[in-house]
Design a protein around this ligand. Structure first.
Ligand code: GSH
Length: 207
């Protein structure tokens, strides 16, 4: 049985969604953030030295880092939600799988961290917003061309992209001025598997 070490209000919501899509049985071990620092509790370091979520355990194997977990689960499910057969779609699949954490999350996180700095923070976030807008414009243009990030079918690339886009909706300036992205988010949130993961994961401020 897969154990998901799940931090409330975090990236690990994606893993619950994915497990629901794949129909794989799992158990959740839930962690609350420290109210003052927003960091994960120290117990999580006993599972994974960085103490970050998500982390899963499966047959004694610990797997951390969302992208690595997502690829592990695609393998476990014999390729379900994995790379499409078509080469162009497969390249896009791989691109978005890495882009989510590698390119899009850093400026969003920077904005969040800077916004918490008294006085100077507000001015600093103004400098970051144009960096986020470049990403949002790119995502909008791509989602205007096809229904899902890789192509005609939903894949794990969509699962990876859900968190940066939810975070952007929450604090990164994503709104109805980018209708293809907003429509994609609505489509994701309407999926029964997404809703099932949400119910099991507890508090989540981004959906
Ligand atoms: N790139 C990593 C990032 C992991 C990460 O920073 N997780 C956050 C949750 S959104 C976390 O655990 N934060 C609490 C902490 O750093 O104490 C991944 O995708 O797994």
């Amino acid at each position: 049985m897969i154990i998901v070490h799940h931090l409330e209000n975090s990236r690990s919501q994606r893993i619950l969604w994915m497990l629901e899509e794949l129909g794989l049985p799992y158990e959740i071990k839930r962690y609350e953030r420290n109210k003052a620092t927003m960091l994960a509790p120290p117990e999580l370091k006993q599972v994974y030295p960085l103490g970050k979520s998500p982390v899963i355990e499966d047959d004694g194997q610990v797997v951390a880092e969302t992208g690595a977990i997502v690829e592990y689960l695609v393998d476990k499910a014999d390729g379900k939600l994995g790379a499409p057969a078509n080469r162009a779609d497969a390249l896009r699949y791989r691109f978005w799988l890495h882009y989510a954490e590698g390119s899009m999350m850093p400026p969003l996180l920077l904005k969040l961290v800077l916004a918490r700095i008294p006085i100077l923070g507000k001015a600093a976030t103004k400098k970051i917003q144009p960096m986020i807008d470049v990403h949002l414009d790119y995502v909008e243009s791509e989602l205007s061309k096809r229904p899902w990030f890789a192509g005609a079918e939903m894949t794990a690339a969509d699962i990876m992209m859900s968190f940066p886009l939810e975070a952007a909706r929450n604090r990164g300036g994503l709104n109805e001025s980018r209708p293809a992205t907003i429509a994609w988010l609505a489509k994701v949130h309407a999926r029964p598997a997404y809703q099932a993961g949400l119910k099991k994961g507890g508090p989540y401020a981004y959906a």
